[in-house]
Design a protein. Structure first.
Ligand code: TRP
Length: 458
């Protein structure tokens, strides 16, 4: 069971960690995690989250990476190699990235616009409470139109992916991820010098037991799951590009630390500033990023520069995630269609770009001209988000756990991890993959669906 000859590989462990962490650190870390932590009792949520990352997240991530490295194939090929009969699971795995990457690029476009406006000195306009509304409803001119920025963002993603693993993805990861950490450190230091902000830090870290409930655990688990980029075939794909001399267990640890660290620091950056300067209401999603944060920037010294740094950070986080999402599709296509290696990447990335532009356009127009189009009571973008993240992701993960536990056998994973020494958390791993993970995932699935349709079960 070895990978085919000529398969691209990461040039080293550093590149692999940066790229995998780049896929994990994304919009989820920046605009959902801070809100959830604030909603669910601050420090207590952080604690629950960490426990889930080192148990549940660890198990799923190491499984995916081991599957990829062992077979040397991206998701469809990898599943087929382990069991031909279960090929459908590989196909199911590429469905969420295919649904997510188009709208991820739409949001990436919004971020690019904000970074551009602040970077070119037009930041004042963004503080206007109506700016975001005018922008996403496609009522602005060409430079203030979401379609323009959606195309720009998608083409940048395409450019990186089409240059190949080493020259495109790995090189970008090695430059962009350290840059992201530097900007983050700069913003944190600056934030703490703003009068009044330091006093609100306690609000974020405080253990508020009254906000703790079953929902806290389920929400933390769902967030962790999306944030660590699980069940979308990406960790399988990156595993297939990883050399045998890389220690998988320590790699997963490092990726988790980076992902969780950035999420927590984002909370530290956002929650206290919004409490002190943004009107005090910590919301999530577009409202937080594109309405509340500009208010904060509007009220501080050097606001435009800080805002530019902030949106550059969000841009990097979004770009390193979108390139990974696109890579799942490109890798699956190039492995499957009989193209030669020389042309496969270029053709596959071009097709992925076309898919993004066609499928993403309705999401892009969904707040303006297509506002009347609702699917199951949601805007088009929200529906894509719901279908993939709330329904398909947990399903794929449950199937992966059962597939490894009962079809392939956990020995295959353990053997792969032990290539480089002892599997330290083996006992925990075996219990998690066979019992705890499937149960927790089923709960995430049930609660997620129930929640969206407003059914109250407690
Ligand atoms: N982890 C990313 C975020 O936090 C989103 C994401 C989920 C993702 N699955 C992925 C990115 C797979 C790349 C590949 O925003």
């Amino acid at each position: 069971m070895s990978g085919e000859a000529g398969r691209p590989k990461f040039s080293g462990k550093f590149g692999m960690i940066m790229v995998a962490a780049g896929s994990a650190v994304g919009l989820g870390n920046l605009w959902r995690f801070p809100y959830l932590a604030h909603e669910h009792g601050g420090g207590l949520f952080l604690l629950v989250y960490i426990v889930l990352v080192v148990s549940f997240g660890f198990t799923l991530m190491i499984t995916e990476m081991a599957i990829g490295r062992r077979t040397g194939k991206s998701c469809i090929g990898a599943v087929m190699e382990l069991s031909k009969k279960h090929k459908w699971l590989g196909w199911l795995m590429i469905l969420p990235p295919a649904l997510v990457v188009p709208y991820y690029c739409v949001i990436g476009g919004w971020v690019t616009n904000y970074a551009f406006q602040y970077g070119t000195g037009s930041g004042a306009a963004l503080t206007d409470p109506d700016y975001f509304e005018t922008f996403i409803t496609c009522s602005g001119d060409i430079l203030n139109n979401p379609i323009t920025w959606f195309v720009v963002f998608a083409v940048i993603t395409f450019y990186i992916v089409s240059r190949g693993l080493e020259k495109g993805i790995e090189k970008s990861g090695k430059i962009l991820m350290p840059l992201l950490l530097i900007i983050m450190a700069f913003l944190l230091i600056y934030t703490f010098t703003i009068p009044g902000v330091m006093g609100s830090v306690g609000e974020y870290l405080n253990f508020d037991y009254s906000k703790f409930s079953m929902d806290t655990v389920i929400d933390a688990a769902g967030q962790m799951f999306y944030s660590m980029s699980l069940a979308m075939g990406i960790m399988v794909t990156y595993g297939s590009y990883t050399n045998r001399d890389v220690h998988l267990e320590s790699s997963v640890k490092q990726i988790s630390i980076l992902d969780t660290g950035v999420a927590m620091l984002a909370g530290l950056l956002i929650v206290p500033s919004v409490m002190a300067l943004g009107g005090g209401v910590v919301n999530s999603g577009p409202g937080l990023m594109f309405e509340t944060m500009p208010l904060v920037f509007g009220s501080i010294a050097f606001g435009d520069i800080i805002a530019f740094a902030f949106f550059a950070l969000v841009f990097i986080a979004a770009l390193t995630s979108s390139m990974s999402l696109m890579e799942v599709l490109v890798a699956a296509m190039s492995d499957h269609v009989g193209w030669s290696r020389a042309v496969a990447r270029k053709r596959a990335s071009f097709l992925a770009l076309v898919l993004i532009l066609i499928v993403g356009l309705p999401s892009c127009l969904g707040y303006g001209p297509l506002e009347a189009v609702q699917v199951a009571g949601m805007t088009i973008l929200d529906f894509f988000d719901f279908a993939s993240n709330t329904v398909i992701l947990p399903l794929v993960a449950i199937c992966t756990c059962l597939f490894i536990s009962f079809v392939v056998g956990t020995d295959a994973i353990v053997e792969e991890v032990e290539i480089n020494g002892r599997f330290k958390r083996k006992k925990m791993y075996l219990v998690m993959i066979k019992v705890v993970c499937p149960i927790l995932l089923a709960l995430i699935l049930i609660f997620g669906v129930v929640d969206v349709f407003g059914i109250d079960i407690f």
